[in-house]
Design a protein around this ligand. Structure first.
Ligand code: HEC
Length: 146
């Protein structure tokens, strides 16, 4: 009798727990779907940025450089190079066009180099490479516009 009652109670409890998990899953999925949709097409607004991004991928810049701390570590993080007043467009142009002792030259024409620069300028506007404390949400994610 005791075992019978216990089984009944735990089946009910189990259903309740699964029910709560299922409803939480649906609510969370819906929230992520709605929340992530907001900023989908920022890069697509400017074709030069999109083409610069493709070149960035084709030339595999990220194998040596990081964006937001992710990528290779042979060269420096380039997320915020555009806002660095000691560097600027001409500085980036020279590196990308001619390389340096440790960075290869990529034989790109000026148009391609400037597209990559547009891409890096766009990346810079999206936030800072180091996440500021106040931008971290309690869920562990962070807001890129803070
Ligand atoms: C083989 C590794 C490698 C690849 C691939 C590479 N870089 Fe570099 N890059 C470096 C290194 C190393 C430096 C630092 C060189 C130095 O200071 O002499 C650097 C420096 C730079 C700088 C100057 C950064 C600063 O803050 O002074 C820019 C801009 C840059 N790279 C852009 C690019 C772009 C754009 C690409 C892709 C087209 C690229 N790099 C591909 C290794 C690489």
């Amino acid at each position: 009798m005791y075992i019978f009652t216990t089984t009944l109670v735990s089946t009910g409890m189990l259903r309740l727990v699964w029910g709560i998990l299922f409803v939480s899953f649906c609510l969370y999925t819906g929230w992520v779907y709605l929340y992530c949709d907001e900023k989908k097409d920022v890069a697509q607004n400017d074709p030069a940025v999109t083409e610069g991004w493709h070149l960035w991928q084709q030339k595999n810049c990220q194998s040596c450089h990081q964006l937001y701390g992710l990528g290779g570590y042979m060269g420096p993080d380039l997320t915020n190079i555009s806002r660095d007043s000691s560097k600027g467009e001409q500085y980036m142009y020279t590196f990308i066009k001619y390389g340096s002792g440790r960075m290869p030259a990529f034989q790109m024409n000026d148009d391609e180099v400037y597209k990559i620069i547009s891409f890096l300028q766009w990346v810079d506007k999206s936030g800072k490479s180091q996440v500021p404390e106040e931008a971290v949400h309690w869920t562990g994610t962070y807001f890129i516009d803070k």
